[in-house]
Structure formats: structure tokens, C-alpha cells
Design a protein around this ligand. Sequence first.
Ligand SMILES: Cc1cc2nc3c(=O)[nH]c(=O)nc-3n(C[C@H](O)[C@H](O)[C@H](O)COP(=O)(O)OP(=O)(O)OC[C@H]3O[C@@H](n4cnc5c(N)ncnc54)[C@H](O)[C@@H]3O)c2cc1C
Length: 383
Amino acid sequence: MDFGFTEEQELLRDTARTFVERNCPPEKAKQWDDESYFPADVVAAMGDMGWFGLPFPEAWGGGGGGPIELAVLAEELSRASFDIGMLYIGTFIPGLALYDWGNEEQRARYQEGMLTGSQRFAVSISEPDAGSDLGAIRASAVRDGDHYVLNGTKMWCTGAGLPNCVIVMYVRTDPGSSRHNGLSVLIVDPSMDGVEIRRTPTLARHILGTNEIYLRDVHVPAENLVGPENQGWDVLMSNLELERTIISGSYVGAAQSTLDIAVAYAKEREQFGRKVGNFQAITHQLADLQVDIDSARLLTYRAAWLLAQGKPVAREASMAKLKGSETYVNVARWGMQIMAAYGFSTESVMSHRYRESIVAPISGGTSQIQRNAIARSMGLKGT
Ligand SMILES: Cc1cc2nc3c(=O)[nH]c(=O)nc-3n(C[C@H](O)[C@H](O)[C@H](O)COP(=O)(O)OP(=O)(O)OC[C@H]3O[C@@H](n4cnc5c(N)ncnc54)[C@H](O)[C@@H]3O)c2cc1C
């Protein structure tokens, strides 16, 4: 058994940590969230580091990184904020689906942009009536000659409004199908006629932003079909465990930096002639939170290791997602209590973490859905 990282992984961790300190410290991330500002220069700098190419094979010009390297990077970048981590993860996850399922022409079309990060991707699954229940997707794509004609409404598409972004969209191509059958994946360009994007006002996650998408007779070229027609469910499932694992790395990083802020404050703030961090009621809470974070970290890297070994990981990825997301909420909740009134000020980074963390057990599959999956793996009904 080996809990250590390789020298390369350690170097990646150190480099990413320095990157965050220089380019996007938590205070900056908070400011950008307040201003709904997209830091294109930071994304370009990530591209200069070669990080967008990391998930792709070396033979294709990528970095040949595996799940462990991606989790390390996700953890470190998300010390800035979860949304900063998602600037990275949120584009390469749908990019990987396109790489894995796309044909040669599609891969070639996006190769340079994928490897440099100049091309962004968003993933669009959710709809007004299809949240946890992905089989309820209704947006339709009807084949008409060399096009598909799309109609419907998609919801919560993160990052779709950013510059140079295309949407990896899940739609129903077989009108007679139900549930998980008859779905397909199409690449939709937001500039296509009939596509309307409206940003949804949210509590946080304002750097990427999340969007409603209205589709009215949108003509998408048939060459934008990714993978076989009516097999969209297989595409969706193929990356799910990687996504849950890497996102858990992000929750761990965001939670750790949130705890670090609370600890630093507790060491400075004095009441009753003592540092508040010397009251046992506070120190024990901080200790418990660190145990929680380390538990989430271990679950994350176990899932990443299993993925790297090509072993089954459905249960472990759900455990990591569940623990990571709920830990982030718990740490931000307690961070607020420890910083008290200063945390409650909307000028504090803690207030940003409090807002941002609350969505962690919702997006990317809710905590209930993760518990269902874990229960199923235990032979329980899990619905
Ligand atoms: C900030 C943000 C970003 C997002 N980004 C994207 C994106 O980029 N692309 C995309 O497609 N979607 C995205 N989503 C949507 C996200 O995936 C959904 O919000 C999530 O899957 C839950 O769906 P819902 O919100 O409709 O909740 P619902 O499914 O309506 O659930 C409501 C409640 O019922 C519970 N529940 C539902 N079914 C069960 C069950 N079987 N057993 C037990 N409890 C259940 C849920 O856990 C929840 O508590 C995003 C959402 C947010 C908030």
C-alpha cells in the first residue's frame, strides 16, 4: 500500500499552488464572483501551463495525465474557489466525452482548442423537468436531411455564455423512445439561429455562470452528432465516475482553503483576553473539520487510484462526491460561525465560500442521488 504521490505529482501540486497564489488568490476569486467576471487571462495562463492538454493522450499532443494528476490539479486550483477549479474541470470533462466518442473530423476540429483551452465546452443535460431524473429529457432533435432540427428548453448549463464555448448537448432523437433510450449528443454552437441563452441569477458560481437555453427550430448539422445516434446515454455514463472523482478533488481543495482561513482567523482574533482559537469549543471543531477534509481527500484519491487502475469505481466515486461536497458545506458553515460577524460581512471571503458551498451537494448529482448509488452497491433498493 502506498499513500504517496510521485515526484511529478508533487511538482504539479506545488506548481498549481503557486499558480493560485499568483494568479487567483481567494480574495480575487471572491471579487470576480461578486462582479460576475470571467478571468480570461487566468484561463489563458492555465493553457500556457499545458493543463488543458493534460487529460488527453500524448500521442494526440496532450499531457497523458491520469485521474490522480487531474484530481491533484482540481484540488489545488479550487483552493482559489470551487468556481475557479470548474473553469478548468468544467471544460475538459465534456471535451473528453467529445474526444472519446467523436469521430476523426470532430477531434481534428477541436484538437488545438482542447489542448490549449482556447475552445471552451459546456455540458447540457438538465431541463425544467429533468433534474436528477436524466431519463426525463424531452428536448427533441428531428433528423431532416443533413441536419437535426432542435426544439426544447435546457437548464443550468454552466459556462455556456462564455466566449468561444460550444455546448455538448443531450437531446432525444427517437421520438418514440422513453427514459434512457433514444438520446443522442449533439454539438451546439450558441451562435446558431434559434438558440437563446439566458443567464440564471444564482447565489454564487458567478465566474462561469449558469444558463437557460431556449431552442427554437435550431438547425444543427448532422456532422455534429457525437457517437452513435440514440446512444447518448452510453456517452453520458462513460465519464460520470471520472467527473464525480475529479469534482471531489475540487471540493477538498475549496474546503481546505476555507478551513485554513478559519484557522488563521482563530489564531488572530482575541476575546476575553485569549485567542478564540484557544477555546476548546473552537479547537475541537477545527480538528473535526480537518478530519472530515482528510476523509474526503482519502475517498477522492482512492477513487482516482481505482480509475487509474481501470477498476470498478461507481460506488467509490459516489462516496467521494458525497463526502467532498458535504464537507465543503460543513466547513463553510463552521467557518462562518468561527469568524462570526466578520464572516457574515459580504466583504469576507468566508461569505463567498458560504454561498458557493451550498450548491456542492446539489450540482453534479445531489447527495440523495449519491446515497442511492451507494445503497444500490450494498444490495439495497436505492431509489
Ligand atoms: C450551479 C449549478 C450548476 C449546474 N450545472 C449544470 C450543467 O452544467 N449542466 C447540466 O446539465 N446541469 C447542471 N446543473 C443541474 C444539476 O445537475 C441539477 O440541479 C441536479 O442534478 C439536481 O436536479 P434538480 O435541481 O432539478 O433537483 P431535483 O431532481 O428536482 O430534486 C429535488 C430534490 O429531490 C431529491 N431527489 C430527486 N430524486 C430523488 C431520488 N430518486 N431519491 C431521493 N431523492 C431524490 C433531490 O436530491 C433534491 O433534494 C447545475 C445546477 C446548479 C445549481
